[in-house]
Design a protein around this ligand. Structure first.
Ligand SMILES: C[S@@+](CC[C@H](N)C(=O)[O-])C[C@H]1O[C@@H](n2cnc3c(N)ncnc32)[C@H](O)[C@@H]1O
Length: 384
């Protein structure tokens, strides 16, 4: 395969926009590779003073690279075979070349903190914690109960397992593990959601240890769990690399990791993109749905795991109509609620209209209300 360089225009040298473009480009490359196409995203070079972001791909042909960029929804200015000098630049470990900032290293180990001008991930984490504390996630949490049950069964949680549910929210996975007689621990950084999880455990007379903690800094010793799981949870961590490392660190050798995440191409991937089109994601935010791609998760878990594999499934949702779906999410779901709060009346109405249109486009047309299938991917791995 040869290397190709893609040039993208980034208005006003906007670092956040550039990072978003890179994440989409990486995702599109991984999607095509998964479909068996000979293309791989390698890295990006951002030149803010020139309003330009370069993407370096390895591929069979320039046409394939153009297809990847098109699939990412990006408008390329130019694609060319990479020259020796460019290859030399990307092999350099220096993060500045004519003021460039390297925003990514490989398709599997993207880091958003490699440049001195990179985003403050601690600040992003604090912002996201506030987002998840807003609205009332409990009002919609029941929609994903089947995802958690599927995850726990798929990984084969049993009575001899000590299980950690990362980003447990109102406790779906932790409760499901406890119902299977496992020793169950759940963590989340929103205390109000943990309180609900505690009430649910009490109501079912289940023993579940629930603790306020950050997925990026788990308060547990190395190798302290047989099984580490997360359903639609760790994908929302601010620092994907740190969260991936923590999942691996706390799993014992031979232990299993299982992560269920919305896919980029599924309904919720579309919903998050719709929100992002109305309200720019916070600085440094990487698309959460990266975790819905096996290759990306394999990269985030790194060398500490083996036997990475995945299955894709859907969870069926039913609403009175598309408007009920939109209003439910605009009122109770932290990310949409917080985004709507940053818009004026006109902006909110436009976001609502796009959410309604999205839901209608996914309707199975069975009558009796809106019925749609939300796609997720479970990626599993074994700790070496
Ligand atoms: C969509 S909810 C899913 C909750 C739960 N796993 C479920 O299946 O219902 C996402 C959860 O991730 C939590 N979360 C996101 N980032 C986190 C972090 N860095 N540390 C701990 N919890 C986090 C949020 O507080 C929220 O409860």
């Amino acid at each position: 395969m040869a290397e190709y360089l893609v040039e993208l225009y980034v208005a006003q040298g906007d670092h956040v926009a550039a990072q978003h473009h890179v994440a989409l480009a990486e995702q599109a490359g991984a999607d095509l590779a998964r479909e068996g196409r000979a293309v791989r995203f390698l890295r990006s070079i951002f030149v803010p003073e020139d309003d330009t972001c370069f993407l370096l791909y390895e591929a069979d042909s320039a046409a394939l690279v153009t297809e990847a960029v098109g699939r990412a929804g990006l408008r390329l200015e130019h694609v060319s075979a990479a020259t020796t000098s460019v290859a030399g630049a990307h092999e350099s470990s220096a993060d500045t070349t004519k003021g460039t900032s390297m925003t990514s290293t490989t398709s599997s180990t993207t880091s958003s903190t490699t440049s001195g001008t990179g985003p403050d991930l601690k600040e992003l984490r604090d912002k996201q914690q506030k987002v998840w504390s807003s609205g009332d996630y409990n009002k919609i949490a029941a929609l994903t109960v089947p995802v958690s049950e599927h995850l726990v069964d798929h990984v084969g949680v049993g009575p001899t397992d000590r299980v950690l549910d990362v980003a447990t929210g109102t406790g779906h996975v932790a409760l499901a593990a406890a119902r299977r007689s496992a020793e169950s621990v759940g963590i989340d950084y929103v205390p109000a959601l943990l309180d609900i999880a505690r009430r649910r455990a009490e109501a079912e007379d289940l023993v579940v240890e629930l603790a306020e903690a950050d997925a990026e800094h788990l308060p547990y010793d190395d190798a302290s769990f047989d099984v580490v799981l997360s359903a639609i949870g760790v994908m929302f961590a601010a620092d994907h690399d740190a969260a991936g490392r923590e999942l691996v660190r706390v799993t014992r050798p031979g232990g299993r990791i299982g992560l269920a995440s919305w896919t980029p191409e599924g309904f919720v991937g579309g919903m998050l993109r719709t929100v992002g089109a109305h309200v720019s994601p916070p600085p440094g935010a990487q698309p959460a749905t990266r975790w819905g791609t096996e290759e990306v998760v394999a990269g985030l878990l790194g060398e500490g795991v083996t036997d990475v594999s995945s299955v894709t499934a859907t969870v069926r949702q039913r609403f009175t109509d598309a408007a009920e779906f939109a209003d439910l999410f605009l009122t109770w779901y932290g990310p949409t609620y917080a985004a709507a709060g940053r818009l004026d009346d006109e902006g909110r109405a436009a976001l609502r209209a796009d959410l309604v249109a999205l839901a209608e486009s996914h309707d199975r047309g069975e009558g009796g209300g809106l019925v749609c299938d939300w796609e997720y991917r479970i990626v599993t791995a074994t700790r070496r």
